[in-house]
Design a protein around this ligand. Structure first.
Ligand SMILES: Nc1ncnc2c1ncn2[C@@H]1O[C@H](COP(=O)(O)OP(=O)(O)O)[C@@H](O)[C@H]1O
Ligand SMILES: [Mg+2]
Length: 250
């Protein structure tokens, strides 16, 4: 029962990731200055903000690549703000960083196995099934070198590598960057497919209009804090957000 309850519409809103008053930065500068955030299973939350606002820093802080200086990061209720990246990975948090970083000369299948190299054999097979079922194009291309995939397909491969680990939270930085509009659509569709696995997706995107269209909720990071938050449609209708971040008429 417990395993199924998260998929029922009324109960899939338990926060899997909670940030309270999170401060983080580099050297003597705090970039994040009191971030509050909740992410539920199956939910996509999109972070928008100006260049240099700290969006990537936020994802790195949740993953533990940047230290938390103050505040709390909880995963399924457990405090992880001072835990190592490896420990957080073990608790189901995966970061898909900015830019493609798969292994170009290895096949799609080998890349996916690399994504699951920490897993026992049976979990690798289950992960491959999950990856090919979620992203059928990767199943069709499983024998091809990853470097020969299109940019959009490589981004799908990155997401599939994260999915190999049966994650609870996927942090994904600028997945549509540099892709054609058609490929961007496929990547945004793929984010929904990822979330449908009961995964909480924390998304950073420059393409804020499309991101807010696919996301359940959005939040704006400004001066290290959450300046505004709302559902995707609320954010798309907000005159200030439209003017400052979406380049849309108000
Ligand atoms: N490794 C680092 N060392 C020092 N400063 C950094 C480092 N990474 C990012 N910064 C600075 O932190 C700020 C936020 O960067 P970042 O999180 O990458 O912004 P965004 O992803 O919103 O564009 C920027 O001013 C950037 O120059
Ligand atoms: Mg960034």
């Amino acid at each position: 029962m417990a395993a199924d309850s998260g998929r029922r519409p009324d109960s899939d809103r338990d926060p899997v990731l909670t940030l309270r008053d999170v401060h983080a930065g580099y050297q003597d500068v705090d970039i994040l200055r009191g971030i509050d955030l909740d992410l539920a299973r199956g939910e996509i939350v999109c972070v928008i903000g100006a260049n240099g606002a700290g969006k990537s820093t936020l994802l790195k802080t949740v993953f533990g690549m940047v230290g938390t200086r103050r505040g709390s990061i909880r995963l399924n209720g457990v405090e992880v703000g001072r835990e190592s990246t490896r420990t957080r990975l073990g608790r189901g948090v995966v970061l898909v960083p900015q830019g493609r970083c798969n292994f170009p000369r290895m096949s799609v299948a080998e890349n996916l196995r690399m994504g699951g190299y920490t897993l026992p054999r049976s979990a690798v097979d289950a992960g491959l099934d999950r990856a090919y079922e979620t992203f059928p194009i990767l199943g069709e291309r499983r024998g091809q070198a990853a470097g020969n995939l299109s940019g959009g397909e490589q981004q799908l491969l990155e997401m599939a590598m994260a999915l190999m680990l049966d994650p609870t939270v996927v942090l994904i930085d600028e997945p549509s960057l540099g892709l054609s509009p058609k490929m961007q659509h496929r990547v945004f569709d793929a984010l929904r497919a990822l979330a449908a696995h009961d995964v909480g997706v924390l998304l950073v995107e420059q393409n804020a209009v499309q991101a807010l269209t696919v996301a359940d909720r959005g939040l704006v990071v400004e001066l290290g804090r959450v300046a505004r938050t709302g559902t995707g449609p609320e954010m798309l209708d907000d005159p200030d957000v439209r003017r400052a971040y979406l380049g849309l008429p108000t």
